[in-house]
Design a protein. Structure first.
Length: 212
């Protein structure tokens, strides 16, 4: 968990590749439903364009389906879910049903000015979905994705007003969620303001310790 731009997606992608874990990003799943122009996508788009949370039952249904498939994997990383206490309770229920343990909750604490800078400079590959940042994690010098050569785009919800609304929504829901996982003794804080390389190194150390 962490505010928009904290680096959740960047690190979830790196860690899931390093440990062969299933990466379940609710933002990516929802953007996929919009791309497919499904009924769910048409509903989700309205909320996402406003920077608000998509209704819990729609997002939880997507997560439930993915977590069923996760049983066949070594493990999973949930990125962007749960975002409120209702989702956290729903997640507990799904994990109990599927008999999957939850080992760790990582909280990326990130100052708001860092968040704004990250989202302003973000470019996303329209083909493979890799995230870049114009200054901190630049794409190829030819302005294309350095992974697959795809065209880069600005995420529609990275516009100024939508960013401010996403930050507000995060702040409204974060505190109870932190409390919820602190009580369960699962929460680990990581600074979202450090470089992506330092974040990755810290997360790897954390994962190695957990795996022992
Ligand atoms: P989602 O796609 O999850 O967006 P978000 O939570 O706002 O997070 P971001 O993807 O913006 O940031 P991130 O922390 O992943 O950072 P990233 O690694 O990309 O959700 C979008 C929308 O979907 C929501 O607003 C909501 O409407 C809906 N939704 C999703 N989940 C939902 C749920 N559970 N319930 C209800 N609705 C839901 O990095 C950002 C930028 O910074 C990139 O440019 C990257 O290259 C760069 N960067 C990353 N790390 C660093 C670093 N350490 N130093 C410098 N630059 C960095």
């Amino acid at each position: 968990m962490g505010p928009p731009g904290a680096g959740k997606g960047t690190q979830a992608q790196r860690i899931s590749e390093a440990y062969q874990l299933m990466h379940i990003s609710t933002g990516d799943l929802l953007r996929g439903t919009i791309k497919d122009n499904s009924e769910l996508g048409r509903k989700a788009r309205v909320y996402m364009e406003r920077g608000e949370l998509v209704p819990d039952e729609l997002v939880t249904a997507l997560v439930r389906e993915r977590l069923r498939a996760a049983r066949r994997h070594r493990g999973f990383i949930l990125d962007g879910y749960p975002r409120n206490q209702a989702q956290a309770l729903a997640l507990d229920e799904i994990l109990a049903e599927e008999e999957i343990p939850l080992d760790l909750v990582v909280h990326f604490e990130t100052p708001v000015e860092v968040v704004r800078d990250r989202l302003m400079g973000r470019r996303v590959c329209s083909s493979c979905g890799t995230n870049f940042h114009l200054k901190a994690l630049p794409p190829s010098p030819n302005g294309r994705c350095s992974r697959c050569g795809g065209e880069l785009m600005i995420r529609p919800d990275d516009q100024d007003q939508t960013v401010e609304q996403r930050i507000r929504v995060y702040e409204d829901f974060a505190r109870p969620l932190v409390k919820f996982y602190r009580k369960k003794d699962l929460l680990h804080k990581v600074s979202g303001a450090q470089t992506a390389g330092d974040q990755y190194a810290e997360l790897k150390r954390l994962f190695e310790r957990k795996a022992k």
